[in-house]
Structure formats: structure tokens, C-alpha cells
Design a protein around this ligand. Structure first.
Ligand code: FMN
Length: 271
């Protein structure tokens, strides 16, 4: 096992020692270490596995046999159907407004269509949800839960570089850009000299290997070094309405208070 696997195993054991409640591990399927990680998760019998940036079907049988509940992130109703067939316990439907890896569909169009194919499998909405209005809307579209990423980038507990947080806090609604479509892994990030240059290069005759090389290390440069020129600051369109740092607890409490207020007032729309 390499150092990364040892680290993951240790983190799982720490999580297990801290709670007797279920906890989850997220698997970025774009990582080259996935086969090894998949094996480790089965050995450790992790209660919940969520996956992002790809199709986890070939690992699902093993994880489910080990007793895990598998919750894949998908970006289309057809992929939701495949994941249900493969045994998913729930589906995270993520619209392209989100930060990080993105599909083409918007949350507004995606959620109800995924809900329709999921029948009794619960759907969790993601992408562009930044406050209670978004959560209430997701529930109205048929989701039973939400997954937020961008709003938590500015949480006190989030250990990205301070410059990353400042980028999100100062962003407007149109501050993000999607790059990487040409290589098959589009991501949404905040516009920076790096992302603008990447966007230009994608439409030149630069070869794929060189383009890949141009992007290598940019996530680390953003998150760890806070490099405003060469970093890729993954963040979603909702960045434009994030304007204060809070603890994770404050964010969750505030969002669900807003959600309750909105849903309590929703009767005004019906006779
Ligand atoms: C900085 C950043 C890193 C992310 N990394 C992952 C990841 O490792 N695995 C994953 O499944 N999703 C990842 N996501 C997606 C989030 O889990 C979530 O689905 C998404 O952020 C929701 O949309 P929002 O950004 O509009 O809140 C990431 C998102 C952001 C903003």
C-alpha cells in the first residue's frame, strides 16, 4: 500500500472511533489510484460511499457486498437509471452550476427528471444551492436532501488557502468559467489568469498532452499556495452570493432556518 492508502485507512479508523453513527468516504473517480482505494473501502466496510467525476459501476458490487451504501453523483437521468440498476442507495443529482467537475444540465432541469426515474430511490440535489431559497427549491423539485460545496469553501473549518476564500467572497454571479471539456473532464472554477489561458488554449491546436500538462498541479496551487495567477480555484456560480465567513455549524443552521421560513410562507402561492 502507498502512503495515500495508509492515510485513508487511518482517517477511516479515526472517524469510526469518534462515532457509532454512519459516516461516508467520497471517491473522486478521476484519480489514478481508484482500484486500490476501492479495495480498501471494501475491506474497511465503510458505511457510506459517495462517488464523483465518473461512473463507479464496476466497484459497486464489491462495496455493496461489503455492506456499504453507495451514493453516486450523476449529471443526467440516464446515468441515474444505470446507478439504480447497479444498486445505488440514493442518487446525488448535480447541476452544472456547481463548483468542481460539471455536467451540462442545470440543477433546475436535472432534478425533476432524475426524480422521475428514481421512483423510491431518494434524490439529493447539488449545484447552485447556496442558501435556504435553494434548499426549498430543491425540495419542491422532488429532492429529499441537498449537497453543497461552494458555500463551505469559506467555512472557518475549511483549510483552503486564505486567497481561495477571498476569491469566493469577492466573486460575482459571472465570475466562474468551465474549462477542460476538450479533455473530457470539464470543471468550473473562478476566472483567473490560469483559467482564462486554459480556456483559450483549448481552442487552439495544442496537443492534448501539452494541455493536460498545463493543468497539472493547478488545484494544489490554488488550495495550498493560494497562487492567484497559476491556481485553479474550483467554485460554483453561487459564489456571487457568498459574502461572509462562518463556521460550518452556523452555515447549516442559517440555511435550514431560511428553508423553514420559506416553506412556512409558501402557502401564499396557493388559494
Ligand atoms: C472546491 C470543490 C471541490 C470538490 N471536490 C469534490 C470531490 O472531491 N468529490 C466530489 O464528489 N465532489 C466534489 N465537489 C462537488 C461538491 O461535492 C458538490 O457536489 C458541489 O460543490 C455542489 O455544487 P455547489 O458548488 O454549487 O455547492 C467539489 C466542489 C468544490 C467547490
Amino acid at each position: 500500500m502507498d502512503a495515500g492508502s495508509d492515510y485513508l485507512r487511518e482517517e477511516i479508523r479515526i472517524a469510526r472511533s469518534l462515532t457509532d453513527k454512519p459516516f461516508g468516504v467520497n471517491v473522486m473517480l478521476a484519480s489514478p489510484h481508484i482500484p486500490e482505494i476501492a479495495e480498501l473501502l471494501a475491506e474497511e466496510k465503510v458505511p457510506v460511499i459517495t462517488t464523483g467525476a465518473g461512473n463507479p459501476a464496476k466497484y459497486m458490487e464489491k462495496w455493496i457486498e461489503a455492506g456499504s451504501k453507495v451514493i453516486p453523483v450523476i449529471a443526467s437521468a440516464s446515468m441515474a437509471k444505470k446507478m439504480i440498476k447497479a444498486g445505488a442507495s440514493a442518487i446525488i443529482a448535480e447541476g452544472g452550476e456547481s463548483g468542481g467537475h460539471v455536467g451540462d444540465m442545470t440543477t433546475m432541469a436535472l432534478i425533476p427528471q432524475v426524480v422521475d426515474v428514481c421512483e423510491d430511490v431518494p434524490v439529493i440535489a447539488a449545484g447552485g444551492i447556496g442558501d435556504g431559497r435553494g434548499v426549498a427549491a430543491a425540495f419542491m423539485l422532488g429532492a429529499v436532501g441537498v449537497q453543497l460545496g461552494t458555500r463551505f469553501l469559506v467555512a472557518e473549518e475549511c483549510n483552503v488557502h486564505e486567497n481561495y476564500k477571498l476569491k469566493v467572497l469577492s466573486a460575482s454571479d459571472i465570475s466562474t468559467i468551465v474549462t477542460g471539456k476538450r479533455l473530457g473532464h470539464p470543471v468550473r472554477s473562478i476566472k483567473t489568469p490560469y483559467s482564462r489561458e486554459y480556456a483559450k488554449l483549448e481552442y487552439t491546436d495544442i496537443d492534448d498532452a501539452k494541455l493536460e500538462e498545463f493543468g497539472t498541479g493547478a488545484l494544489r496551487l490554488a488550495a495550498v499556495e493560494g497562487d492567484e495567477k497559476r491556481g485553479c480555484f474550483l467554485a460554483g456560480q453561487i459564489s456571487g452570493m457568498i459574502n461572509k465567513k462562518q463556521t460550518a455549524k452556523e452555515i447549516i443552521t442559517e440555511i435550514f432556518q431560511e428553508t423553514e421560513n420559506i416553506l412556512n410562507g409558501a402557502k401564499k402561492w396557493v388559494k
